[in-house]
Design a protein around this ligand. Structure first.
Ligand SMILES: C[S@@+](CC[C@H](N)C(=O)[O-])C[C@H]1O[C@@H](n2cnc3c(N)ncnc32)[C@H](O)[C@@H]1O
Length: 225
């Protein structure tokens, strides 16, 4: 398997489903606890949605948070072990679905918010998924993406799109074989949205209280049609 590929991302997440579930549920990821969980909840709730689709839902924490706020949410993820964990914890409906399958039209939903929280990691699979998003939105629906802030995440490497090796630095020894990820500049995130029939209506940069740098970037888009 190509170590820098969409297929490898899913392979790696399959291997890390159990420790990931524990880390999320025990609030062990500091930036999430301090900033980014609330940032994505606020962005989603700013749309006052009745329904939501959590794309790459992992063990399902966001669906449960939204359920507690009266939002009927569905979570989808390619990794069966994560979807099982999510379904067991409840709060919404969960299905195993890869971005490739969603792009091929397997999901028939029209939601007020489609949200992807740190889950748009790959290249072609993500491009194809985002192109499908307008078909999954209700008439005034929004697509909300939270991702690593490119300016912070690019580190010392050149600021241009490309595959990067993964790392579990800062996570425990129970994590193995980190997923690669496809770095996108801010310019190319916006270009991907626009070329997919979406228009950016808001961009948020929630600051990390310790570093003063953005802990993430949150993109809010609507169908442009
Ligand atoms: C960093 S985790 C985030 C999970 C969840 N959104 C959260 O906030 O905890 C990334 C998730 O994206 C999912 N994912 C990555 N590529 C995918 C693909 N091509 N199809 C479906 N899910 C994918 C992984 O299985 C994993 O659950």
């Amino acid at each position: 398997m190509d170590p820098l590929s969409d297929a490898k991302i899913i392979d790696s997440w399959r291997k890390n489903a159990a420790p990931w579930t524990d880390a999320v549920r025990e609030s062990r990821i500091e930036s999430r606890a301090l900033v980014t969980n609330q940032a994505i909840i606020d962005a989603v709730m700013s749309r006052s949605p009745r329904t939501a689709l959590d794309i790459g839902c992992g063990e399902g924490w966001l669906v449960r948070e939204l359920a507690g706020r009266g939002v009927r949410a569905t979570g989808v993820d390619a990794v069966p072990a994560l979807v099982e964990q999510a379904a067991r914890a409840g709060g919404g409906e969960f299905r195993v679905a890869s971005y490739e399958a969603i792009a091929a039209g397997e999901l028939h939903l029209a939601v007020d918010v489609a949200v992807a929280n740190f889950s748009l990691i790959g290249k072609d699979a993500v491009d194809a998924l985002v192109r499908r998003v307008p078909a999954l939105l209700s008439p005034r629906g929004a697509f909300i993406v939270q991702t690593l802030h490119p300016l912070v995440a690019s580190g010392d490497q050149p600021y241009r799109d490309g595959w990067r090796a993964g790392s579990w630095a800062g996570f425990g020894a129970e994590f193995t074989d980190p997923a690669p990820w496809y770095f996108r500049t801010l310019e190319s995130w916006v270009a991907l949205l626009v070329s997919s029939g979406l228009r950016l209506i808001e961009l948020r940069e929630p600051p990390h209280p310790a570093t003063g740098k953005p802990a993430s970037v949150v993109l809010v888009a609507e169908a442009s049609g």
